[in-house]
Design a protein around this ligand. Structure first.
Ligand code: PRX
Length: 657
């Protein structure tokens, strides 16, 4: 047998493996199989029951108003305060001494523990400080913070006073801050002097300072002191967090807001150049993040320790560090740094130190750990782990099996959770006490969620065939729109198939009816679980004076899932494209968008393949980037272009990040 057919066979047998729920978990699971039937029989009744898990100022009159589709209203007429639900009610019900956050800084002994009572006090102080700064309900506040408790405190302080937060990922550049602050017209920005990254302090405020040159409407920048490094200071605009917050009262009366009051706007990449501001509101969102966190992680708040390794700057951090776990009164770990500082066992030492029981991370991280070797996790006692989660990209069967064996000790089930910034909360995932797990499959839509796999004409494909993933019924945590762009909202998600939400992902149901996610079908790439738009990176490239034209594709990559590969045509005066210019362009993209957008490879080419209507044929470029035989090029205007590309490109490949 050849090596590759052996490989194929072992892949197949891996995919065919099936892990039944462990008996002890099944016997004591928060949710049983009955939930699927209950939700199928009365979807709105099912979600109303989950909403009852929250504390409402006024109960809703109507569960769902879908008359003005695709603009949904959930729990219409109800009022609540998201921060009260995440904090005060736990204290009032006698859980004030429970640890809410075990925070771990990157420097070895940096620890901070906040109980629910302490976190409530901090949030009340911050809410009073924001009010003193003139922030009112409905006002946007931009947050650009590292993984420090103040990130959680800021978000909840906004929620408490009804301000709408927009968190900008700390890895994004000044330009990303400008776009978001300007589009929302935020007047207050919260940041830090810096953060610890791979053992050293690195600056954050400089990016805000640069951004503020283009944001004249911002009146206050609140600065958390994290590293103590020197920072530029504008006396009229900048205030230290400790000066503004520490002296405030811990008393703050939470106001009840309408169930549809905006909670936050999270920007994410779409298939065009401009990031989309995804709007989430309060009642439905909190209902679904809390329920899914409780059900999918089988959370026992008295004994479990939950750790989600996502950054707070992404939706996973919003839903499964801040709102879901805290609404459930969970105890969590929050970690500032990278998994390999000071050593590659850092994560597993943290799991051991706090006895983490529920762990949620991305396949890219699992693949990195796999590469570092089995002996690294073996150094630590990981026996506390009882459920392992995966999110952000398809998990390949090898990574799934490794995760199960080497992190989960072959006993902790894996929950592969499919969802999106737009869906707000998990949508397709096993329930660990009910559903079996198959390596690489997210299994089934959760109770209360309805999906289909369709062909281009909108007909359901038979099991075993791949198609396009749609959601057929509204769900509580669904996006309520794109900030200020009703038309783009309809066009992007609701126009492809009448009345159905088009997710932009390919999917397949297997012969058992279990779901497999097959990656994006649009111009969105998924690099290490981060969403990137090809056109956004193309725009960044052509904004460099040396570039005449650019095309970007996501090429499959063993470590990062997909990697960014760019093809550029240089302007005459830029020369013929040596290593220097390739480096310059890679840095240029990093400066424009952020380091995560730096292309793995830039190829300087004489021409780009285009269809007769002038569209770049990315499919062919992907073939080149992945070193494959080229696909059909018959619709090219000039099919010799591909030969020119293959013959004339200079390959600026770099693995330095
Ligand atoms: O392609 C899917 C992929 O990530 C996209 C959503 O990205 P984002 O909005 O940044 O949210 C990431 C965290 C929820 C989806 O359209 N994706 C997410 N989870 C999975 C996944 N692909 C396969 N399996 C998953 N579990």
């Amino acid at each position: 047998m050849s090596e590759s057919s052996e490989q194929n066979q072992s892949n197949e047998s891996r995919e065919e493996r099936r892990f039944e729920p462990p008996d002890d978990l099944a016997a004591d699971a928060n949710v049983t199989a009955e939930a699927y039937d209950r939700a199928a029989g009365d979807r709105l009744g099912f979600w109303a029951e989950q909403a009852e898990r929250l504390s409402w100022g006024k109960r809703w009159d109507t569960v769902l108003d879908w008359d003005d589709a695709p603009f949904a209203k959930w729990f219409v007429g109800g009022t609540l305060n998201a921060a009260y639900n995440c904090l005060d009610r736990h204290v009032e019900e006698g859980r004030g001494d429970r640890v809410a956050l075990h925070w771990v800084g990157e420097p070895a002994d940096d620890r901070r523990t906040l109980t629910y009572a302490e976190l409530t006090d901090e949030v009340c102080k911050a809410a009073n400080a924001l009010t003193a700064l003139g922030v009112e309900a409905g006002d946007p506040v931009a947050i650009y913070l590292p993984m420090v408790p103040e990130a959680v405190i800021s978000m909840l302080a906004c929620a408490r006073i009804g301000a709408v937060h927009t968190v900008v990922f700390g890895g994004f550049s000044a330009d990303a801050i400008v776009t978001r602050v300007t589009e929302l017209d935020a007047r207050v920005v919260i940041t830090a002097d810096g953060q610890y990254r791979r053992g050293d302090p690195s600056g954050l405020k400089p990016a805000v300072d640069k951004a503020m040159e283009s944001c004249p409407n911002v009146r206050t920048v609140l600065v958390v002191k994290r590293t103590g490094q020197d920072v530029e200071w504008d006396d009229d605009r900048d205030q230290w967090w400790h000066d503004a917050v520490d002296g405030q009262s811990t008393e703050h009366e939470p106001q009840q807001f309408d169930s549809e009051h905006p909670l936050y706007v999270m920007y994410t990449s779409g298939s065009t150049g401009k990031p989309k501001g995804i709007l989430h509101t309060t009642g439905g969102y909190l209902t679904q993040v809390a329920w899914t966190h409780w059900a999918v992680f089988d959370l026992k708040p008295e004994t479990d320790v939950f750790w989600c390794t996502a950054d707070i700057g992404w939706v996973t951090g919003h839903s499964y560090i801040v709102y879901g776990p805290l609404a459930n009164g969970a105890t969590q770990v929050m970690y500032e740094g990278t998994p390999d500082t000071p050593d590659k066992d850092r994560w597993w030492r943290i799991v051991e130190e706090f006895g983490v029981t529920l762990f949620y991370t991305a396949p890219t991280a699992i693949r990195a750990c796999m590469k570092w070797g089995d002996s690294i996790p073996q150094r630590c006692d990981l026996s506390s782990l009882r459920i392992l989660g995966s999110v952000g990209e398809p998990i390949n069967p090898e990574a799934y099996i490794w995760y199960r064996e080497h992190i989960g000790g072959n006993k902790a089930p894996i929950v592969d959770t499919w969802w999106q910034t737009e869906t707000g909360a998990m949508m397709i995932s096993p329930l660990p006490g009910v559903t079996a797990g198959k390596p690489g499959s997210a299994m089934n839509p959760l109770p209360g969620i309805s999906g289909q796999v369709l062909d281009d004409e909108g007909k359901e494909v038979p099991d075993g065939s791949s198609g396009l993933l749609v959601l057929t019924e509204p769900w509580p945590a669904m996006l309520r729109g794109l900030w200020g762009d009703e038309e783009r909202f309809r066009e992007t998600y609701w126009s492809r198939f009448e009345g159905k939400y088009f997710a932009g992902d390919g999917a397949k149901k297997d012969d058992d009816g279990d779901w497999w996610l097959l990656g994006r079908v649009d111009d969105v790439m998924n690099v290490s679980g981060h969403r990137m738009s090809t056109t956004e990176i193309e725009s960044a490239l052509v904004s460099n004076a040396k570039v005449a034209e650019a095309a970007v594709v996501g090429a499959s990559d063993e470590a990062t899932g997909q990697a960014i590969v760019a093809f550029v045509i240089l302007r005459e005066e830029a020369g013929d494209g040596g290593e220097e210019i390739v480096q310059e362009l890679r840095d240029h993209v990093a400066n424009q968008i952020g380091k995560i957008a730096r292309p793995r490879q830039i190829m300087v080419v004489p021409e780009l393949p285009k269809t007769r209507s002038g569209k770049i044929m990315r499919r062919l470029l992907r073939d080149v980037a992945e070193n494959r035989e080229m696909g059909d090029a018959t619709t090219l205007t000039d099919s010799s272009v591909m030969d020119q590309i293959k013959g004339g490109m200079s390959d600026g490949r770099s693995d330095d990040d």
